[in-house]
Design a protein around this ligand. Structure first.
Ligand code: ADP
Ligand code: MG
Length: 712
């Protein structure tokens, strides 16, 4: 590599096989391949998982029993014996010159080979006192080899394959040294580097692998995290802008009379958040590019009013609106609610004597029967229907619109590229309708920016006034559960109603059903005998389901025992108590949704989470729900507890370019990266002036991955 060649790009580094490095023979290259390290770039992106700062490490004599500690020391002796119950017990005497620590390992006889006398290692674990001596049980062990330097980087390694952290450190050292003459290119504009005070990329690679200080490591990490996030955002923003550019949209008139008449007749004023989101949506609607916006709002935040306002913009311009729900039951709920909201409103119609006619809202689901269905379809095609409500069937081929202007999709997490194409075809051939996606499952803002990176996001972060917060209790003991049923009986005696959600059984629907049936039997015969109880689960026939729901709505049933089929959409203001059995098995978002089924009327509502989860995560979830009713806060807690994998999807996490960046820890950098991505793309849409950035994106973000991001 000659010094006067231009700096190495990541693409070039990806072309250099690791075998070129000194010390990488057949055996090591196999071991590296097992860790998915094939090229020098893979190696440079195989980041240390830990660092040990020798100047600040704990000394054994100072270790506090009960605390977690990291200790660097040497194996003094090791022995293994069999315990009475047949397990092996390996004991290591470990020292650092200040004291002795004994390490015990159960059923890990291979430690004998790993930790032979004289081996230097770092151990991490909780310090206990056993017969007056400090010890750790099953600590995490990293071998460090014979390494000098103030800070030791510890790599994810594979002892089985004979790949040690010092091997990796040596290969990285060699790789960086070989890069030095030419240097490593830095494709991020220097104005961005200046703005955030970033070190250059080559220094960042050095700093992450061989830091002289923990500050240097932090600076390096900051820079590399930004690079990862910037690549993802550039790709998302580039695609978002492409769609906006390539798809013609409708320029709606937003200041018509219909929408203001709708707002004026509401029995309440709009919340500030509703006004703001309606404004944001209108800004999209007036522009002649298709809106693709996500409306996030907690249960009860008043999304329906916002959605209907958007649909009415289409209607007042003589076009049609469609509202899609994930299930038929929910579509019917929406139909009832929206019809009620718009009852008695008229739309202009010059073909009539009076010049107007009643605004027509129709339901399109299987239950309505063939003749009715034919009529609705025909009226959609001629424009006699103004707003249609249904499931995904609404965008099937058979459904023809006279002129579809705005589509609202409720609770749709996977509105993908195909659906978008289908929608485009529903427009009037030249322009795609505007799309608003609503979700009641808030996800943290920065996660939304990554998962829904191609959507604009509006947030309803304010609850309508006058709602009594739902008091939430965790009934952990049997005695507390007795109190829960007493409260349910009292509630019923007061003329209110309650839900009971049955334990969730993962394995099969059949088991869910039998658990629901058992719970129902038990309650009817015991805790709730004498109370009118109904049962709903996935195997109940649709007609019976509807009849049961109707009885509950009308108050003929006091308590509804159900599986999670009631999770979304059911709206019975007289229901004031929610009991969730075996609550530890539900996720935070699900529990929050369930809780949102109560607290819809004027009466005080309560939610009981019953159960004593065995896992600490389960306990943490219930504690979080007791402590907060704010869906966005809970979403953050959830992200904290579960990690981003669950949001990004396991598949994507595995192959993601996000090796260092964490959507939790690096929240602020997600925002900055997105902002920078917009700046760059808006001045250089296809990155023609930033070829090396573009190459990196193409190199590091596999096509299907970007596609996946877009589909989420
Ligand atoms: P979401 O769909 O977000 O869960 P809804 O749209 O169903 O919430 O609204 C929940 C309840 O709040 C409804 O009964 C609705 O009429 C009422 N509501 C909506 N907006 C307001 C407001 N600005 N002031 C008072 N009540 C409101
Ligand atoms: Mg538009």
């Amino acid at each position: 590599m000659a010094a006067d060649d231009p700096p190495l790009t990541l693409g070039e580094l990806a072309e250099i096989p690791v075998q070129r490095l000194r010390g990488v023979g057949e055996k090591k290259s196999k071991a590296l391949a097992a860790q998915e390290i094939f090229s020098v770039l893979d190696l440079l992106q195989h980041y240390p998982r830990r660092y040990l700062d020798r100047t600040r490490q704990a000394r054994i004599e100072e270790l506090d029993p009960g605390s977690e500690a990291t200790v660097l020391g040497e194996v003094r002796s090791i022995s293994t014996r069999r315990t009475r119950n047949g397990r092996t017990l390996t004991t290591v005497e470990f020292g650092d010159g200040t004291g002795r620590l004994s390490l015990t390992f159960f059923n890990q006889p291979w430690r004998e080979r790993q930790l032979s006398e004289g081996t230097e290692a770092i151990v991490y674990g909780k310090v206990d006192l056993y017969r007056g001596q400090r010890q750790m049980t099953n600590p995490v062990v990293d071998l460090v080899g014979d390494r000098t330097g103030r800070i030791i980087s510890v790599y994810p390694q594979s002892e089985k394959a004979g790949l040690h952290t010092w091997d990796l450190a040596a290969f990285v050292t060699e790789a960086l040294a070989r890069c030095q003459p030419r240097g490593i290119t830095d494709p991020v504009p220097s104005s961005v580097l200046d703005r955030f005070d970033f070190i250059d990329r080559e220094a960042a690679f050095r700093g992450i692998h061989h830091p002289e200080s923990m500050t240097e490591k932090a600076e390096a990490r900051r820079r590399l995290v930004f690079d990862e996030l910037l690549r993802v955002q550039l790709e998302l923003v580039r695609r978002k802008r492409r769609i906006e550019r390539d798809t013609a949209g409708l320029a709606h008139q937003v200041d018509g009379e219909l929408v203001s008449a709708f707002h004026a007749r509401l029995p309440f004023g709009l919340t500030g958040a509703q006004q703001r989101t309606i404004e944001e949506i209108n800004t999209d609607l007036v522009e002649a590019r298709p809106m693709h916006r996500l409306l996030q709002g907690d249960v009860g935040s008043g999304k329906t009013i916002v959605a209907v306002s958007a649909l009415l913009v289409a209607v007042q311009g003589g076009m049609q609106g469609a509202l899609m729900a994930p299930t038929e039951v929910l579509a019917e709920q929406h139909f009832l609610g929206v019809s009620r909201l718009l009852e008695g409103m008229n739309v202009e119609d010059p073909s009539t004597l009076m010049g107007d006619r009643p605004l027509a809202v129709e339901l399109l689901v299987n239950r309505i029967g063939a003749a009715e269905r034919r009529r609705v379809l025909a009226d959609l095609a001629t424009g006699k229907v103004d707003i249609v409500i249904g499931t995904h069937a609404l965008i099937q081929e058979k459904v023809e619109y006279r002129s579809l202007g705005v589509v609202v999709i409720d609770e749709q997490h996977r509105f993908g590229v195909e659906q978008r194409a289908a929608l485009r075809d529903k427009g009037d051939a030249t322009a795609a309708p505007d799309v608003l996606v609503m979700t009641a499952t808030p996800i943290p803002r920065t996660a939304a920016m990554t998962v829904y990176g191609d959507l604009d996001v509006s947030v309803l972060d304010e609850m309508p006034p006058g709602r009594t917060p739902i008091a939430t209790f965790w009934a952990r003991t049997d005695l507390e559960e007795v109190g829960v049923w007493a409260d349910v009986r009292d509630t019923v005696a007061d003329g209110r109603q309650a839900y009971v959600v049955c334990p969730l059984i993962d394995e099969s629907e059949a088991l869910d059903v039998s658990s629901a049936e058992e719970t129902y039997e038990r309650l009817v015969n015991d805790e709730l005998s004498g109370v009118r109880v109904g049962l709903l689960h996935g195997r109940v026939r649709p007609a019976d389901k509807e009849a049961t729901m109707e009885s509950f709505r009308s108050g003929d049933i006091d308590v509804l025992v159900a599986t999670t089929v009631i999770e979304v959409g059911v709206d019975v203001p007289n229901a004031t108590v929610m009991v969730v059995l075996d609550a530890g098995r539900f996720g935070i978002a699900q529990l929050h949704q369930l809780r949102g089924r109560v607290g819809r009327g004027a009466h005080e509502s309560r939610c009981y989470l019953v159960g004593d989860p065995v896992t600490s995560d389960g306990q943490a979830r219930l504690e979080a729900l007791v402590a907060s009713t704010d869906g966005f806060h809970l979403a953050e807690v959830d992200l904290e507890l579960r990690g981003e994998g669950t949001i990004m999807g396991e598949r994507q996490k595995g192959r993601s370019d996000l090796k260092l960046a964490s959507l939790r820890r690096d929240r602020e950098w997600v925002e900055s990266a997105r902002q920078v991505a917009f700046e760059i793309i808006d001045s250089d849409p296809e990155l023609d002036d930033h070829p090396s950035l573009r190459d990196e994106i193409d190199l590091l973000l596999a096509d299907d991955e970007a596609e996946f991001l877009m589909k989420s």
